[in-house]
Ligand binder design. Structure first.
Ligand code: CP3
Length: 322
């Protein structure tokens, strides 16, 4: 999940010199540097592009701010008029600095280190666009999706188009793997999850692969519970990020035969460190190491996480390699 970010002092040093977080995402020289920081410090096997899922609403013309202590704040899109005020004409131009970052990182990474590009899946991006930020119960966006699916479908279509363009731009610039973050998939019931999370994710994977069939796509439908199995069986999806609530034995039996599994250490286990972290990491390695597997957290790293715990965790995982 998030490797760069506020838990690293070298990130905070760069962050304090830029006024807005989006400026950091759109300044290739700085974004290249923060993408590489965790690789330099920990020699991970892959780097994840430094950007954010909310660059898409920004590129569509929505007002997006990141406010310290509050998180993202957007001017909500709640009506057909709001929706029609969005414009895809500037998407490519506004996102071009991110492609430059991908190119710059690809040029600097050692040949055996992967480069993961990413975007938010349409549902999760739509939750921020409609709610105007992080939400407790997603009442506005869910009501729109449930009561007026054709209108809401228009928003999702706009997001699929813009996101596909963005991802193909990343792939052309050198990303070899694409991850689609659907952080709020678990807010939806079964039928809605299939319609608004699974189907748009598959469509995006198809479009990425149409541009380059060798690119691998990882989906992360957080909270999807047993519906993870539907993702695993989709031929367009090569890997599945699983959150810490997914039972390991179930994932080994139901997901790993169909696709690579990525996960699923609870980020708070990394924050806590010590024996608890070691035992959890070992249990995950015991469960998944004999199939296609990427060791990872089940969700993003917390800013309070001591970098020493990350170093210790990497030693535990690497210790298994040899
Ligand atoms: O390793 C990386 O840092 C990769 C880049 C990355 C960021 N965000 C940078 C970031 C990635 C992959 C994301 C994904 C992202 N962004 C998701 C999906 C994954 C997840 O964590 O659920 C979501 C939902 C977002 C939206 C978002 N961006 C939120 C809710 C916030 C605020 C978080 C908070 O606690 O305040 C952000 C800001 C953000 N994105 C930061 C970083 C490093 C922190 C910004 C800062 O430095 O002030």
């Amino acid at each position: 999940m998030r490797q760069a970010g506020r838990y690293l002092p070298e990130y905070r040093e760069i962050r304090k010199n830029v006024t807005s977080f989006l400026d950091l995402c759109f300044t290739p020289e700085l974004a290249i540097e923060v993408t590489l920081q965790p690789i330099r410090r920990f020699a991970m096997d892959a780097a994840i592009l430094f950007s954010d899922i909310l660059v898409i609403p920004f590129a569509l013309g929505q007002k997006v701010d990141f406010i310290e202590g509050t998180g993202p704040v957007l001017e909500p899109v709640r009506t057909v008029d709001d929706l029609r005020a969005l414009s895809a004409t500037a998407v490519h131009e506004r996102l071009a600095p991110v492609y430059e970052t991908v190119r710059g990182v690809a040029a600097e990474l050692p040949g055996d280190v992967g480069l993961i590009g990413f975007a938010g899946a349409p549902w999760t991006v739509a939750t921020y666009m409609v709610e105007g930020g992080t939400s407790r119960n997603f009442a506005n966006v869910k009501r729109w999706a449930y009561a007026a699916p054709e209108e809401f479908g228009e928003l999702v279509d706009v997001l699929v188009e813009a996101t596909a363009e963005y991802l193909v731009g990343q792939v052309r610039a050198g990303a070899r793997v694409i991850q689609l973050f659907d952080t709020w998939a678990g807010a939806l019931h079964e039928d809605a999850l299939i319609r608004w999370c699974l189907e748009p994710t598959i469509e995006l994977a198809r479009r990425v692969k149409a541009a380059d069939p060798d690119v691998r796509v990882i989906a992360f439908p957080r909270g999807a519970a047993t519906l993870y199995a539907r993702y695993a069986r989709a031929p367009e999806i090569d890997g599945l990020g699983i959150d810490h609530t997914v039972e390991r034995a179930w994932a080994k039996a139901e997901l790993q035969p169909h696709c690579a599994v990525q996960g699923n250490l609870d980020p708070i286990a990394l924050l806590a460190g010590g024996d608890h972290m070691r035992r959890q990491a070992e249990a995950i390695l015991d469960s998944f190491s004999d199939g296609p597997f990427v060791f990872n957290l089940g969700h993003g790293i917390l800013p309070e996480t001591p970098p020493d715990h990350v170093a210790r965790l990497i030693d535990i995982v690497r210790g298994r390699d040899s």
